[in-house]
Design a protein around this ligand. Sequence first.
Ligand SMILES: [Fe+2]
Length: 328
Amino acid sequence: MASDESTVRSELVEGDLGYRRFRLGGFEFRRDRYFAHVKWPKGSHSLDVTAFAKALMRDVAWGFFYGWVNFDDVFGTTNHYGTVDVYAGRYNAGFRAAGTDYFETFPTSQAGATFNAMLEDWTNEGFDPFAAPQETGNAYGPKTSSNLAAVRRARVVCKRAVGLAGDIPRRTDENGYPVNRDFADVPQDEPEVRPEPGFEGQIHAFNLYSYLSRSDVTWNPSVCSVVKDSLFCPTSEEHILPIFHGNDRVEWFVQLSDTIEWEVADKETGSPRARVIMHAGDVAAMPADIKHKGFSPKRSMLLVWENADSKLPALYAGGKLSPYPVDF
Ligand SMILES: [Fe+2]
């Protein structure tokens, strides 16, 4: 994420256990042993600091992602690709009714720099916000240190495909990606590619299951192949997606292994709409007007298929495209 350190407003406050307190427009952020506290001119809200750090990690690593990153039912961000809305209560019927909802729009670089600085300051050694709960320590307690190697981990974005010359390399034991404990049975052989003369360098294949079995993070869709606006963003999942993602376009999900349960809710009001249980081989289209949160009882593999066409959010928001891609 592009960052501009000069726009970050933060201070050390006595009683804050060594953590910095951050300000972004009318928002104030502070943390204590167990909670992150967000204040805005009309209200305040507290989240478990583990949940907050995991959501913050996604916002920072993904550059605010597509559409809405709801940290929980109250606080989150909306990406307008150049600017970002930071909101509290804006998509929560109770806050809206009480008139205590609030949002401000910031240049992406300003919001990104503040979130990045907050993530770096609030994460101690031993806690990795991208890791599954059983593969990391916890986020609680006073400030002791930092874990910059973990929180500066960038989202993998390939140019064409994993494994091509000059692109993102395959994962191996040698480059630091051992097979995860839950994927010990995944075959690690690579496909044999024999292009006809004249097509060398144009034909490519790699073992995606092997690649995902070696992922050291969870809930982090990474771009592994690109054909124009078609992005394959597979990911390994375990425990709970730390955000409620609000779509600004249709997303396709292909469950490559094991099981994920999805909670699907209305993006504007938060009212529940569906529970989708996906087993290996199941395919679903998540509509453009919903938010969703996933639950994976065991490490699983999910292919998220994104359409990166920058015209789509306006077409859906303006009602020019149906929020779902198929009529039955
Ligand atoms: Fe989504």
